[in-house]
Design a protein around this ligand. Structure first.
Ligand code: T4K
Length: 381
């Protein structure tokens, strides 16, 4: 294996899509000549409008400085200031952190073993007098059970927020995923297929919530007067310009990633103990954000951690997203909903997941190398 390490270039989890430098220069010239750098500038307006019309099914859209601030703004704009929010432990810490920063308490609900999303059938048992909302995550771009969640929310008069950080362009039966819930929050971080270096967007069901979000992201200032306790959550003009260029770059990246999925699938589909991402037939357009497999120790012959260590020896750097579970982090582990015996599926699955290198610049021969390594590890054990 040390020979392989010497000859193979490092393969990391992702590399940001870099917009065309010449075109970025033109964008910068526009910005420089306008002298307008942030605070709802021309580029911000252009990107927001373009995303609303072309990606977000014309629903009210507000650009923000990053996905985490977007989650916090969504909660505030929906008037969620106290109580409990039912959420998943299997996510990036930004999801429960946003709940906590807004003075609310996350209540962890176990996940579905196939989709890895919050198990909609278990949500109701967590509802108390204090429950005000459900914050679900479309983990790795696999849609939550949106219809079931909507029914529960209607029955108990709860708000629904979807953390859609991994779900840009995800469509269900021809409709954007933003058509579900009161708000969908996107991350446009550099590691996302569509990005603005740092950034994000909140897409609301109702215009009045977008208006409130716009106010809150600008310190709560209206006509030079503070009318709310806001924050600075604005996207600047350089971020917005990157997004404008990304709108033309993203389809090329999508095509490359679709080919990589085909190759990963072809090479791994018959490897016993490797569980490939769920194919949901209601998905009419994938987000293509991550490629995540699971290593089932009992059938594969060794654990995910062994596979991870051996891939690293071979200069391959996958990620154990999202390990540790949020519910096992020090900050959350003492919550009663965080007890391991209450989250058996999440605690099992988190030991199996492995996000493999996945970005347009990866070559087919790199995917072959990664898959061959995985197969050889199985043989070794
Ligand atoms: N909700 C969910 C479900 C999320 O997954 C996230 C973020 C959020 C909310 C919050 O959204 P933001 O506030 O971030 O907009 C990365 C991202 O920083 C984070 O945005 C993302 N989720 C999370 C899943 O992944 P790390 O700590 O894994 O990133 P890092 O720095 O290790 O980078 C990953 C790889 O990318 C590295 O191998 C190197 C490469 N890389 C990275 C950057 C930033 C580059 O080659 N160039 C770069 O500029 O968190």
């Amino acid at each position: 294996m040390s020979n392989i390490k010497n000859i193979h270039k490092p393969l990391i989890i992702t590399k940001p899509v870099l917009v065309n430098l010449g075109e970025m220069h033109e964008q910068l010239e526009d910005i420089w000549s306008s002298g307008w750098l942030t605070n709802n500038g021309f580029k911000h307006q252009e990107l927001e409008e373009s995303l609303r019309r072309n990606i977000f099914d014309n629903l009210p859209t507000s650009l923000v400085s990053n996905g985490t601030i977007g989650l916090m703004l969504a909660l505030k704009a929906l008037d969620l200031t106290k109580g409990e929010i039912i959420t998943t432990p299997f996510t990036f810490p930004a999801s429960p952190h946003a709940i906590s920063w807004c003075g609310l308490t996350p209540v962890f609900c176990d996940i579905d073993s196939r989709s890895l999303n919050i198990d909609a059938d278990q949500i109701e048992k967590h509802i108390t007098k204090r429950t005000v909302a459900i914050l679900a995550v479309h983990v790795f771009g696999i849609p939550c059970e949106v219809e079931k969640i909507e029914k529960i929310a209607t029955r108990y008069n709860l708000k629904v927020i979807y953390d859609s950080a991994h779900a840009f362009e995800l469509e269900l039966n021809g409709k954007s995923i933003v058509n579900y819930g009161d708000a969908s929050v996107f991350s446009f971080h550099a590691t996302k297929l569509f990005h603005t270096i740092e950034g994000g967007a909140v897409v609301f069901k109702l215009q009045k919530n977008k208006n409130r979000c716009d106010l809150l992201k600008n310190f709560g200032i209206k006509n030079e007067e503070v009318v709310e306790c806001g924050i600075n959550g604005k996207m600047n003009e350089l971020q917005a310009a990157t997004g404008i260029l990304m709108l033309t770059e993203k389809d090329k990246e999508r095509e490359l990633r679709a080919t990589l999925i085909e190759e990963y699938t072809r090479k791994l589909q018959n490897v016993k103990g490797v569980i490939l991402p769920e194919d949901d037939h209601n998905i009419s357009k994938k987000s293509l954000q991550y490629f995540v497999i699971r290593i089932e120790e009992s059938t594969f012959g060794c654990s995910r951690d062994v596979v991870y260590d051996k891939l690293v020896e071979g200069n391959i750097f996958p990620r154990k997203y999202f390990s540790p579970l949020c519910s096992n982090e020090n900050y959350y582990k003492d919550l009663s909903s965080a007890k391991k015996n209450r989250l058996p599926i999440a605690n099992r699955v988190v030991k199996e997941v492995l996000a493999l290198p996945f970005y347009g610049g990866l070559e087919i021969k790199d995917v072959e190398y990664i898959c061959d390594m995985i197969v050889s590890i199985k043989k070794l054990d």
